[in-house]
Design a protein around this ligand. Structure first.
Ligand code: HEC
Length: 113
């Protein structure tokens, strides 16, 4: 994806985020996991292995989503506070509230029963 397209996409996501702030608050934890998978493919898969059951993507040092999902203490709340704050190892990663809900729904769907 080229830079201009990407900027446009970010702007659209930002607008959607603003429009849906109140409904997102109500729907916290009720994201759409298919949209989350799609989003993760585009934004997270570069560092995180999003589908495998290996412990870690050795190239980036990032834990796989499977491992994150199955770490004791991982909850929708812990994930959203992680994702809504910024982290040195995940530079420039700004997620809109709706994307956070979706990606969390996807990550939690990887949990073993
Ligand atoms: C530039 C590489 C990179 C990208 C892109 C990235 N991450 Fe990360 N992420 C990391 C690394 C490295 C760690 C381990 C950080 C640490 O332990 O300090 C991490 C840690 C995490 C954690 C915390 C795991 C734990 O230990 O509890 C979560 C949750 C997470 N990432 C989610 C995401 C999501 C969701 C996306 C996509 C929206 C994403 N990351 C995109 C590199 C990345």
């Amino acid at each position: 994806m080229n830079r201009i397209l990407k900027a446009g996409l970010v702007a659209v996501l930002a607008m959607q985020g603003q429009l849906s702030v109140s409904s997102t608050a109500h729907a916290a934890g009720l994201g759409d996991m298919d949209a989350g998978l799609e989003y993760a493919r585009q934004r997270c898969a570069e560092c995180h292995d999003i589908a495998s059951r290996h412990p870690m993507n050795s190239a980036s040092g990032a834990p796989t989503f499977y491992v994150i999902a199955n770490t004791p203490g991982t909850t929708g709340t812990s994930l959203s506070s992680w994702l809504l704050s910024s982290h040195p190892k995940m530079p420039g990663l700004m997620l809109e509230p709706r994307d956070v809900d979706n990606v969390i729904a996807f990550i939690l769907s990887l949990r073993d029963e």
